[in-house]
Design a protein around this ligand. Sequence first.
Ligand code: HEC
Ligand code: HEC
Length: 206
Amino acid sequence: MSLQRLTSQVTVALAVATWLFSAGPVLAQSRPSLQDRFATCLACHGEGGRSTQPLIPSLAGQPSFYAITQLFLFREGRRDNEAMTAVAKGMTDDELRGFSELIGQLPPPPRPVASVVDAQRMARGAELAQQHRCVSCHGADFAGGKQVARLAHQREDYLVQTLNAFRAGKRIGYTQAMNEALAGVSAEDVQNLAHYLANVPSAKAQ
Ligand code: HEC
Ligand code: HEC
């Protein structure tokens, strides 16, 4: 295991522990405000909801309705992820709503500056997004809306992982929309789509 990977796993473990502690019954009397508890979310999801950690999605710019559907799926055990299941398990409906509203207020992330952009893969990604009608639900600028996720400038590694999970039927959405949208998209084209969406030039930054 590389040091980088180990460090990131330790960071994640610490964040889970902090979360569980702050949500524990011992602190019921002096329970920190939702806003304060949101800081433990951002320990994983990055400052301002802009993730710097492999396979942890940015939350910035996600519509609050999308966020609440996903928190609901995690809470009910219908979207499978160890860290997020632990986080969402004990949440009340009011907490789901509160966190989702806070997420909805985070300004969207800009196009990543450090990323090396491959013109050929960008062109292929743009073509695929038209061909498979990704734009018809996610919007021409991929900003999402309502229950549909924002995709623009999401982490590329996370996009690859989650698209493959939809393709394999391992991530079950709120509806079948995504499982159907990816039917017939090859593993290589998933990589091209992710590269394009992570770096898409036309999206509104902030
Ligand atoms: C230990 C790290 C960790 C902590 C703490 C954490 N998350 Fe997450 N979160 C993740 C990971 C990893 C995923 C991606 C799960 C997957 O791949 O399915 C995720 C996914 C999500 C998603 C879905 C994002 C998307 O684009 O689909 C939402 C919403 C979310 N988290 C909200 C929260 C909130 C709110 C909190 C605090 C109450 C929180 N998270 C705390 C690691 C964490
Ligand atoms: C019919 C509408 C529709 C179409 C077409 C569609 N999507 Fe989606 N997409 C959704 C919805 C709704 C969600 C939220 C998933 C859920 O229901 O849990 C989503 C979620 C996603 C996610 C997860 C985002 C996250 O943060 O975890 C990705 C990535 C994605 N779509 C990419 C695509 C791509 C790429 C295409 C084209 C190949 C596409 N979508 C086509 C409706 C659509």
